[in-house]
Design a protein around this ligand. Structure first.
Ligand code: SAM
Ligand code: SF4
Length: 323
């Protein structure tokens, strides 16, 4: 559907859990967060009702995220059910990749279309420092297995922070010459723990890559998201830049989000939205649910204002929202 600012809203990010098997320093505090009680997290059946309503409103792409989505039992059956909903064209997942290798066969059988894997370092020591855990080798194996088994697109999401992994920018760019994966640099957002680290703008990242490689822009924009893509002369995959801070793309925003506790969130930055859990658990009809989602989308804020936090800003960590 079209929102009040003329934007086509067609993409829903569904966060199915706030639990995670890693503790990335810019996303979660060391001792974790206060977790949502199990019975406050939407069931898969409740999520399917929301996705059905959303599909009738024109949502055609679903991305499952978290916390760590592969840490929630039943995810493959959930994907299979989403794939059977009329109007849903694509189901993808954003994962830290730790549990990818052991789940890949079931995910493919369920019909998963695309996988984004978050990796912020290709060096085991730095990876351990960032995630406060181990497992880079496992993650890389998971990516290779996914590619071998025919997942049509694997993208790597990388967040660069000045004090953590600034020295690895070129390593990530070069990864696209070694493997058929896209690497996308996502600017660190001042959300929760993310506020403690120094964001590096994608213009600066691009300058660093340009010292060593020619970057050739893709003429037709790749994908439906906010990334701009380039390739080098020997690329197997593309280098993408997602720049929510330095080059705001709110005028093209096509997405809404569901948090694990069922809050329909209209913009990553703001608190605005609707408590759909309350709606679902008060035995609302499908028609009522549809109207509530429709009215909410009409209220989608025009833009984020990360640079000027105020009382309506969301103060939670990304693991509680889903990225
Ligand atoms: N656990 C999964 C993963 O790491 O891919 C999915 C959830 S995670 C919250 C989704 C994405 O949000 C990851 O790519 C992560 O790097 C990103 N993220 C977390 N905190 C962020 C921040 N402050 N700014 C930018 N991206 C952030
Ligand atoms: Fe977990 Fe993903 Fe956050 Fe890392 S970025 S702590 S893997 S939710």
């Amino acid at each position: 559907m079209i929102d009040n600012w003329g934007r086509k809203i067609e993409y829903l990010r569904v966060s199915i859990t706030d639990r995670c098997n890693l503790r990335c320093i810019y996303c979660m505090p060391k001792d974790g967060i206060e977790l949502i009680k199990h019975d406050e997290i939407l069931t898969f059946e409740e999520l399917i009702r929301i996705i059905k309503s959303a599909s009738e409103l024109g949502i055609s792409k679903i991305r499952i995220t978290g916390g760590e989505p592969l840490a929630r039992k039943g995810i493959t059956q959930f994907i299979r059910k989403i794939k059977s909903i009329k109007g849903i064209e694509e189901v993808s997942i954003t994962t830290n990749g730790i549990l990818l290798e052991e789940n890949i066969d079931d995910l493919i059988k369920a019909g998963l279309d695309r996988i984004n894997v978050s990796i912020d370092s290709l060096n085991e020591d730095i990876y351990s420092k960032i995630t406060r855990s181990k497992g880079l080798d496992k993650v890389l194996r998971g990516i290779n297995v996914a590619l071998d088994k025919g997942i049509k697109k694997v993208k790597i999401n990388t967040v660069i922070a000045k004090e953590i992994n600034y020295s690895e920018i070129m390593d990530f760019a070069e990864l696209t010459e070694k493997m058929p994966v896209d690497v996308r640099f996502i600017e660190l957002m001042p959300i929760g723990e993310g506020k403690k680290y120094t964001q590096v703008s994608n213009d600066d990242i691009k300058k660093i890559i340009l010292k060593k490689r020619k970057l050739i822009p893709f003429l037709n924009s790749k994908g439906s998201g906010p990334a701009t893509y380039f390739r080098t002369l020997s690329s197997k995959g593309a280098i993408g830049f997602i720049s929510p801070i330095s080059h705001e793309f709110c005028n093209k925003c096509n997405r809404i989000r569901i948090t694990p506790e069922g809050f329909l969130k209209l913009c990553l930055h703001w608190n605005d939205g609707v408590d759909l859990k309350k709606v679902l658990r008060s035995k609302a009809s499908d028609e009522q649910l549809y109207k509530i989602i429709y009215n909410a989308i009409k209220q989608k804020p025009y833009k984020h204002e990360f640079k000027s936090q105020n009382k309506n800003s969301d103060s939670r960590n990304m693991s509680q929202i889903g990225g």
